[in-house]
Write a protein that binds this ligand. Structure first.
Ligand SMILES: Cc1ncc(C[n+]2csc(CCOP(=O)(O)OP(=O)(O)O)c2C)c(N)n1
Ligand SMILES: [Mg+2]
Length: 362
C-alpha cells in the first residue's frame, strides 16, 4: 500500500479502495457524491484508528511527550470538509479535532506520527508535540491556537492571493469550536472575511463543551448559526453525526465560495466522544448526554448508510480496516527508528522562518 504523496496534484483517493457493490445504486446521490462519501469514510476510519493508536501510546508512557488531543466523534464533520479541498490549491487551517480532515486534505499518517513521536524527519522537525504542524507552502497552515486565531491566518492567506492576483478559484477552510466562537480573534477574522467577501468556509463544531464549559455558559443566541446573519454571510446548521448531511453542506459551501458568494459558515452539532485531551476523563459530561442522538458514533452511522445504499459491502469494510491497521503498525515501527532532533545542530527557527517554509535544512 502506498502512502499518498504529500505534494499530490490530485487529491489522493482511498489508499485501500472499497469495491462498490453493483447490486443497488442510489438515484438520489450522484456518482461524485458517492465517491466523496467513500473517500471521507475511509479517512474517518483511518483517523479513528490512528488516534486510538496515539491514545494507547500516550497511556503506555515514554513515547509521546506532551498532550494528545483527539477528534473522536467529530470525524464526519472534519472529513466532509477535508474532501472538498485540493492540496496545493486551497488553504486549510485545521484544529485539534480535525485529524480526519487533515488526512482527507492529503496529510500522510507518517507526518502525524513523526510529529507525535518527535522525529526530526517530521514537518516540525520533532519540535512540536502534537497538533501545531503544517506545510505553509502547500497551503496547509499550522495551528496557532484552538481558539479562533487561525481564521485570520486563512483569511489573510486568501486576501494576499487576491492582492497578488493568484487567488483563481482557490478557497480556504478552517474550523472553530463552540468555545472558540466567543473570542475576539474569531470575531475579527470572521468580520474581515465577510467584509472582503473572501472564499472561506468556517466550520463550527459545536460539541457542546469548551473543555468543561457547557453551551449554556458559552453563548446566549439560540443556535450558533444565528451569528451568520450578524456577519452578513451564509450559514447552515446540520447534524454533524450524519456524513451525508455533512457532505451535502460542505459541497454546497465550497461551490458558493468558488462562485464568489463570500464566507460560508457551517455549524455542526455533535458530542466529543473523548476527553478534551487524553488526560481528561470528561466526567463533567452527564451520562444522559452520552445516550442522545448527538452522541451517535458518526463512523458507525456512515458505514451503515453506505452499506444500505449498496455502495460498499461489509467484507470490503473489514478488509479496509485490516489494511488500515497494518498501515498504522508499519508506520509506527518505521517512525520509531527515526532520529530525534539534535539540539546541537538545530538553529531553533520558528515555523515562519526560511528553514521550515523554504524546506531548507537547519
Ligand atoms: C487563551 C486560552 N485559554 C485557554 C486555552 C485552553 N483551551 C484550549 S482549547 C479549549 C477549549 C476550546 O473549546 P471549543 O472551542 O469548544 O473547542 P473543543 O475543544 O470543544 O473542540 C481551552 C479552554 C487556550 N488554549 N487558550
Ligand atoms: Mg467545544
Amino acid at each position: 500500500m502506498t502512502i499518498p504523496p504529500y505534494f499530490a496534484k490530485k487529491k489522493p483517493v482511498s489508499a485501500s479502495p472499497v469495491t462498490t457493490s453493483s447490486k443497488r445504486t442510489s438515484s438520489v446521490y450522484s456518482t461524485d457524491f458517492q465517491e466523496q462519501y467513500l473517500n471521507a469514510l475511509y479517512y474517518m476510519r483511518l483517523s479513528r484508528m490512528l488516534e486510538e493508536k496515539l491514545g494507547a501510546l500516550y497511556r503506555a508512557g515514554g513515547r509521546i511527550v506532551g498532550g494528545v488531543y483527539l477528534g473522536k466523534g467529530q470525524e464526519a464533520f472534519a472529513a466532509a470538509m477535508g474532501v472538498q479541498l485540493r492540496m496545493g490549491k486551497d488553504v486549510y487551517g485545521p484544529l485539534i479535532r480535525d485529524q480526519a480532515g487533515r488526512l482527507a486534505f492529503g496529510e500522510p499518517i507518517i507526518e502525524t506520527l513523526r510529529t507525535y513521536l518527535g522525529a526530526a524527519t517530521g514537518p516540525m522537525r520533532g519540535r512540536d508535540g502534537n497538533i501545531h504542524r503544517g506545510r505553509p507552502r502547500e497551503g496547509y497552515m499550522a495551528m496557532i491556537s484552538h481558539l479562533g486565531s487561525l481564521l485570520s491566518v486563512v483569511a489573510g492567506a486568501l486576501f494576499a492571493r487576491r492582492l497578488k492576483g493568484t487567488l483563481g478559484d482557490s478557497i480556504g477552510a478552517t474550523s472553530v469550536g463552540d468555545g472558540g466562537t466567543s473570542t475576539g480573534a474569531f470575531h475579527e477574522g470572521m468580520n474581515l472575511a465577510a467584509v472582503e467577501k473572501l472564499p472561506l468556509i468556517v466550520s463550527i463544531a459545536n460539541n457542546q463543551y469548551a473543555y468543561s464549559t457547557p453551551n449554556t455558559r458559552q453563548y446566549a443566541c439560540e443556535n450558533l448559526v444565528d451569528r451568520a446573519k450578524g456577519y452578513g454571510v451564509h450559514g447552515e446548521h446540520i447534524d454533524a453525526t450524519d456524513l451525508a448531511a455533512c457532505l451535502t453542506a460542505f459541497r454546497g459551501a465550497a461551490a458558493r465560495a468558488k462562485a464568489g458568494e463570500g464566507p460560508q459558515i457551517v455549524v455542526g452539532t455533535l458530542l466529543r466522544l473523548a476527553g478534551h485531551g487524553e488526560h481528561d476523563d470528561a466526567s463533567y459530561i452527564p451520562d444522559k448526554k452520552r445516550h442522545t442522538h448527538e452522541a451517535r458514533d458518526c463512523i458507525e452511522v456512515a458505514a451503515k448508510f453506505a452499506m444500505e445504499q449498496g455502495w460498499v459491502s461489509e467484507t470490503a469494510l473489514t478488509t479496509q480496516m485490516e489494511e488500515i491497521r497494518r498501515l498504522i503498525d508499519q508506520t509506527v515501527a518505521k517512525v520509531s527508528k527515526e532520529p530525534a532532533p539534535d539540539p546541537f545542530k538545530e538553529n531553533w527557527q520558528a515555523l515562519s522562518t526560511a528553514g521550515l517554509v523554504e524546506g531548507q535544512n537547519p
